[in-house]
Write a new protein. Structure first.
Length: 129
């Protein structure tokens, strides 16, 4: 049986926007809300160059990555053609106007994904490996 973690009321997520959910390990999860008040949850990382999807523009059931405008499906986390690649999708449930995510998925999925490093730290990080 799936245990669900209460995240926030749907109304706390901006229409055509998102809210980030921090995890104890791994990258944040982005929870999105579209114009039809549907909610979706994806790892906050574009499959292309790791852009923060939570900062993208939501339209229909997609989000445009803020870095290179890749279109990512909110329902499956996959890039729309001609682009290819997927980001981790998380199970989500709305109960009495409250958004819930699967506790097990939050604790186990995509823990090995790392945020992209940019700027002067990028070279220092590359030299350290």
């Amino acid at each position: 049986m799936t245990e669900w973690k209460k995240i926030c009321p749907v109304s706390d997520i901006p229409v055509l926007g998102s809210r980030r959910v921090a995890r104890a390990a791994g990258m944040d999860v982005a929870v999105f809300r579209n114009a039809a008040d549907e909610v979706f949850a994806l790892l906050d990382r574009c499959p292309h160059k790791g852009g923060p999807l939570s900062q993208g523009i939501v339209f229909g059931t997609s989000v445009a990555c803020p870095l290179h405008n890749w279109t990512i499906g909110l329902g499956d986390g996959c890039a729309k053609g001609p682009d290819e690649g997927c980001t981790q999708k998380f199970s989500i449930k709305v109960i009495s106007g409250e958004v819930h995510l699967s506790s097990q998925e939050l604790a186990t999925l995509a823990l090995d994904e790392k945020p992209p490093v940019a700027g002067p730290l990028r070279k220092a990080t590359a030299d350290a490996t």
